[in-house]
Design a protein around this ligand. Structure first.
Ligand SMILES: [Zn+2]
Length: 451
């Protein structure tokens, strides 16, 4: 078995190769949306992956078309007889650049500035692909586990191709441990496992009060203003401190893992000086452990072009984040009942359900979890934190439902400074180096620890 320091040294030597690989991948504009970029970009990316994983000993690696037309890259490298299986997840599509002019470096050309590597997908998720490649290269033939890979082709589109594919290809992907590498550390140099994801429940609420718009001079004062009714209803979803106040939903949970220092949160969320953070809990409680309501959109007349009229109709889309331990469907029911009850003046209210998705809790104990956190401790020389994530990854629930005995853990190189999904996305190469070491140590030690 290769020694830790040998692996560490090999990874250091492999970093120029990692940079070349990342540059090659970033050059593919693999946005899975034919309206924005030609499909040949995604196809090129898939071919690159097939070739690269084949070279790494994944003889049977193939691209499988999923129901939304995207391609999942799946393959296997067999370990010794009876060895446990680890499934490595990544996605090979990326977000569109958004505002091209907001980028300080070329979007599709990996560029180093002040020690960070910039480009779309440099972190999310091509940085994680490079981590897999570097870890596997460092181990060479010394691989005591069976490794499977699954690369999703439409993660950023939310069209659910791989979610539909997994249950019907369970044998292809079955594993004892699943590393979902589309997350990140708490900060550069501060390792963390993401143990939970919030679920979500969206609704659209419509309010009707009159047959048509009425003059605010002639009728204002007595006419039931639908927009005012909606504003009143929405204002009941929070108290003055900003705590969520949906009837029947607990909003007092506390986060048992890492703390999220308010100063760091202010910086990560770019909160303006003098503006308060919401809620009576710690930041970690508010963003990882408690429900949160956000009004995503309201149909109202825009300021430009608005006239002196009372609105007969108003509509809003509301997003509820559902913390671990809460049922998303029941939370949606509670939100609907709350809004109906909060409607003033006998206003006619109709509420439409939209997407809902359950929260997720990954492994926080077990051989894989222990092996992973030990590897983090070794690679970073500090104890791994346990953090949550406020958003959802529905695929994690699909993995859990399909492979109920697997230990599922979220890790990766996407720390807050990466600005994933925004212009000027970047990755810290030291995170690729450290996380490759974490992954290599995990793959080397897991077989032994599982016995
Ligand atoms: Zn991602």
């Amino acid at each position: 078995m290769v020694d830790d320091e040998v692996i560490r040294g090999r990874i250091k030597t492999l970093m120029p190769k990692a940079r070349d690989d990342l540059a090659a991948m970033v050059a593919y504009k693999s946005v899975h949306d034919a309206a924005q970029f030609p499909p040949s970009e995604c196809e090129g990316m898939v071919d690159w992956l097939l070739g690269t994983f084949r070279e790494l000993g994944f003889a049977d690696v193939r691209a499988y078309e999923t129901p939304d037309g995207s391609k999942a890259v799946c393959g296997e490298r067999k370990g010794p007889e009876g060895a446990p299986t680890v499934l490595l997840y990544f996605h090979h599509d990326v977000q569109p650049p958004l505002d091209d002019s907001a980028w300080n470096t070329p979007v599709w050309e990996l560029t180093e500035v002040d020690g960070r590597w910039y480009g779309r997908g440099a972190a999310d998720c091509k940085g994680n692909i490079v981590t897999h490649l570097t870890a596997l290269r460092a181990l060479g033939d010394d691989l005591p586990v069976t490794v499977k890979i699954v690369g999703e082709g439409s993660e950023e589109q939310g069209t659910g191709g791989l979610e539909a594919f997994v249950p019907t290809h369970a044998d292809l992907l079955r594993a004892d441990a699943i590393l979902v590498c589309d997350a990140g550390n708490f900060a550069v140099g501060v390792p963390a496992v993401t143990s939970t994801l919030r679920g979500l429940a969206n609704v659209v609420v419509s309010v009707d009060t009159m047959a048509g718009p009425m003059h605010s001079g002639m009728f204002g004062g007595a006419a039931p203003d639908a927009l005012a009714a909606l504003i009143h209803m929405l204002s009941t979803l929070r108290d003055e401190q900003g705590n969520t106040t949906v009837h029947g939903l607990d909003a007092t949970q506390t986060w048992p893992g890492a703390d999220y220092p308010p100063d760091q949160f202010r910086e990560d969320a770019s909160v303006l000086a003098g503006v308060h953070l919401l809620g009576n809990g710690r930041v970690a409680d508010m963003v990882w452990a408690r429900p949160a309501v956000t009004v995503l959109g309201i149909d109202v007349p825009p300021v430009v072009g608005s006239s002196a009229a009372i609105q007969p109709h108003a509509r809003a889309r509301i997003n509820l984040r559902v913390p671990p331990g809460m049922n998303a469907r029941r939370a949606q029911d509670a939100l609907i009942a709350h809004l109906a009850q909060a409607a003033p003046w006998g206003a006619k209210v109709s509420i439409e359900r939209e997407a809902d998705g359950e929260p997720f809790s990954g492994s926080t104990s077990g051989a894989a979890y222990d092996t992973l956190t030990d590897a983090m401790q070794q690679a970073y020389a500090r104890k791994a934190l346990v953090e949550g994530q406020g958003g959802s990854i529905p695929l994690c629930n699909v993995f859990q439902d399909t492979f109920p005995d697997a230990e599922i853990m979220l890790i990766g190189v996407e720390e807050p400074r990466c600005l994933i999904h925004a212009p000027n996305e970047s990755v810290d190469p030291s995170e690729i180096e450290h996380m490759a070491l974490v992954e290599a140590l995990f793959l080397r030690n897991y077989a032994r620890n599982r016995r």
